[in-house]
Design a protein around this ligand. Structure first.
Ligand code: SF4
Length: 487
């Protein structure tokens, strides 16, 4: 699979914006989804109060996360489940691999899960000789196409119907039941091909791997929301169920859950009520899996929680509304973010979970125009622009941060060091009138020679901007001419 990580967001985005088909697919899909979401949200007169309630519940839960996690662990254990704690991706992958091996299975079916994408579980299982089958339709398209997801909710948003038909026709046979002969590109035909292909996987699977949208601390209940019914099949048919869930997915009680069951469907799929909401509390005799394991994943969340501004990113319920309104995402697509989390939420979550030491992660907080549309639609009121600016400061100034429990020194970004040096030079120049006057004359002369595009380091800056015309006379010259040199 093409799992190479892009060097930095601008380079990847430049390649994506040059792809006319990709841009057309993204524009069509995001505009359709955001229109439907706006209509679904407008139906509720108390949406703003629901949104405030969602934010308040999440903040309170995060504030007392240690208490609720221990309450959850006790409840899951009392219900007959097994709780495992994973500090990072490697530990989570090792736990899941061991659990699958203990069942004797070499295949698992997967419910769509951002946490397992974040830790690269499918690849880790493959290295251990265990094949993981994606069962969500869009994830299936991505897996068969040896592609990467590009959207939280619609991972194959960058593909159109014709491309999906070709993937099914060319690749399904390599993974099981082939596509029906003469497969067309009508949505009903494509869905039927996926249904037939996946049905065999559901019936054969002995182990399923899922995430969870929410965990209810008071009863130890897992909650998965989905639209296709594939999740329900995975959560009920296999003998063993392993759920990998980020520690921030907690809600204290069922009463709190009710708020999110209103916020999430309208914000994500624009539905009034979620089509398939599965809940389970440990294994149940004669009904569903006989063995249940919960892997609680940290992987940078505790570090994020320690940042007073950045921690609001942990409120996220992965609805993807912020992606669908983002002008940068609409043009660049999801792959440019180089992470399981694309779009505005990816731009603030990934640099906190992974740190900002790499060129890619340091570039993500800049993948935004700061227009604020993401904040407006976020159902849990995450002030994404505020966190973006906060992270930009971290990138620009560097300093000591905790990354995965270890203190790390982040160097100030190179470009920003040069910018700061330029600002210091400008300040010194402006403090010395003679030097400033000479600099002004030199700059004006240079601009006259290059009226449309700056030379040297300024070339890149002026390549995408219209420079203002050079005035005949500078303000200082005008002042001296009209008011006299001494005034
Ligand atoms: S940041 Fe808000 S809008 Fe974006 S995915 Fe998360 S909850 Fe949805």
């Amino acid at each position: 699979m093409p799992r190479t990580r892009p060097a930095a967001f601008p380079q990847s985005a430049a390649a994506a914006t040059a792809d006319a088909t990709l841009r057309a697919n993204l524009t069509h899909a995001t505009r359709t989804i955001r229109g439907k979401r706006a209509a679904a949200v407008a139906e509720l007169a108390d949406w703003d109060r629901l949104r405030a309630a969602g934010a308040a519940i999440k903040d309170d839960t995060l504030r007392h996360l240690d208490h609720y996690l221990e309450q959850l662990e006790a409840a899951v254990t009392a219900a007959g489940g097994h709780v495992h704690w994973a500090v990072d991706a490697a530990e989570a992958n090792a736990i899941v691999t061991r659990l699958v091996r203990e069942t004797g299975a070499d295949e698992v079916v997967k419910v769509k899960s951002m946490a397992t994408q974040e830790i690269g579980l499918t690849e880790a299982l493959a290295e251990a000789g265990i094949r993981a089958y994606e069962t969500d339709l869009a994830e299936l398209i991505v897996q068969l196409g040896e592609d990467l997801p590009s959207h939280i909710l619609v991972p194959a948003i960058h593909k159109n119907r014709g491309e999906i038909r070709d993937i099914f026709r060319d690749r399904m046979a390599d993974w099981g039941r082939p596509a029906p002969a003469g497969l067309g590109d009508r949505p009903a035909e494509l869905a039927e091909a996926a249904r037939l292909h996946l049905r065999e996987k559901f019936l054969d699977a002995r182990v399923a791997v899922s995430g969870a949208n929410f965990m209810v601390a008071e009863t130890g209940t897992m909650v998965v929301l989905e639209s296709e019914g594939n999740g329900r099949m995975c959560l009920t048919l296999p003998e063993t169920l392993i759920s990998v869930v980020g520690i921030e997915k907690l809600v204290p009680s069922w009463r709190d859950l009710e708020v999110f069951l209103q916020l999430l469907p309208r914000s994500s799929t624009a539905e009034r009520m979620n089509p398939y909401t599965s809940t389970w509390t440990g294994p149940a005799e004669g009904d569903g899996p006989r063995d249940f394991h919960l892997v609680l994943l940290d992987n940078g969340r505790t570090d994020t929680l320690s940042d007073q501004v950045g921690r609001q990113a942990l409120r996220c319920i992965r609805c993807s509304a912020c992606l669908n309104v983002c002008p940068v995402y609409e043009r660049a697509g999801g792959h440019a973010y180089g992470s399981a989390y694309p779009g505005p939420i990816g731009a603030i979550l990934t640099p906190q979970l992974r740190g900002t030491a790499s060129a890619l992660d340091a570039s993500l907080p800049y993948a935004s125009t700061l227009c604020g549309a993401c904040y407006e639609v976020c159902p849990v009121a995450i002030d994404i622009p505020e966190v973006l600016v906060h992270l930009r400061t971290r990138v620009a100034e560097g300093g000591t941060y905790t990354v995965r429990g270890t203190k790390a020194v982040i160097k100030p970004a190179k470009g920003h060091a040069a910018e700061r040096a330029a600002m210091r030079a400008a300040r010194w120049t402006m403090d010395h009138p003679r030097v400033y006057g000479a600099a002004l004359r030199a700059t004006t002369g240079t601009r006259r020679l290059h009226p449309r595009r700056l030379p040297g380091p300024g070339k890149a800056w002026s390549a995408t901007r219209d420079l203002p015309p050079v005035p005949k006379e500078s303000f200082r010259a005008w002042w001296q001419r009209t008011r006299g040199a001494g005034s």
